[in-house]
Design a protein around this ligand. Structure first.
Ligand code: ZN
Length: 243
């Protein structure tokens, strides 16, 4: 299989937002990745990046979401600028935050979108929306193409790609194992060191669950897999790898 990391945006915020006990004054710019997995028969996109309207004017697209005023938004090219989205066979979402789900609105309605049921149910609940700052405009039309899974899930039925529930950052967050040696961790940790030091962002649905999920990814790393963190500028370099 071939896995290509794409850049689908940038976010800037104080270091202490992205990583607990970090500097509150220093601004840190982090990349927003998405991944294209190509097999002999499939073209699978993992996450969709920022919506171009959000990158251009977040206050307008997400009117009323005051917390987003903390973040600087940028985008060099949207997912639609980089891929012919009509060629995708399916899309996997790690979770429904705006930097992962923003590009959903650009997809053709015929492309299935695979999500943990727990994440979807949280996104339909007012209290969970507020707690997790989900932005419903990002997924308002998603039910037409939604495929819900529960727990560990063998995506292609041949063991090659496995969805791994890794909750905590959000209620139904999942990671993606691709082959035996690569795990797309999603936002279990923003930085690669987070699987060891558990210095997560200051916001989460459940920090204890997030720590357990980090331990799950650490065990995979210690068994020989490369675990890609969510937003580490020192580690995430666009380009393809063979797995
Ligand atoms: Zn994220």
């Amino acid at each position: 299989m071939r896995v290509e990391q794409l850049n689908v945006g940038w976010l800037t915020a104080p270091a202490g937002i992205w990583r607990r006990d970090d500097d509150g004054d220093r601004q840190v710019r982090i990349p927003v990745p998405a991944y294209l997995i190509e097999t002999a028969t499939e073209r699978i996109l993992v996450d969709t990046g920022l919506h171009p309207d959000a990158a251009a004017d977040p206050a307008r697209r997400y009117a009323g979401a005051a917390a987003l005023g903390l973040f600087g938004f940028e985008q060099d090219a949207s997912i639609a600028d980089q891929l012919d989205l009509t060629t995708l066979t399916q899309v996997v979402l790690t979770h429904l935050h705006f930097d992962h789900a923003g590009g959903l609105a650009l997809l053709p309605p015929s492309v299935p979108v695979v999500l943990q049921r727990r994440e979807w149910e949280a996104s339909q609940d007012a209290a969970a929306i507020a707690r997790n700052f989900y932005l419903p405009v990002d997924y308002a039309a998603l039910d037409r193409q939604l495929v819900l899974v529960d727990g560990d899930h063998d995506l292609l039925g041949d063991g090659s790609i496995e969805l791994l529930p890794t909750p905590g950052h959000t209620p139904g967050h999942q990671s993606v194992r691709v082959g035996e040696r690569l795990v797309l961790g999603g936002d279990v940790t923003h930085f690669a060191t987070g699987v060891d030091d558990h210095r997560f962002p200051v916001f989460a649905d459940d920090f204890a669950a997030q720590a357990a999920s980090a331990d799950r990814l650490r065990a995979l790393r210690d068994a020989g897999a490369t675990v890609r963190p969510g937003h580490d500028p020192a580690v995430l370099t666009p380009g393809p790898v063979e797995v």
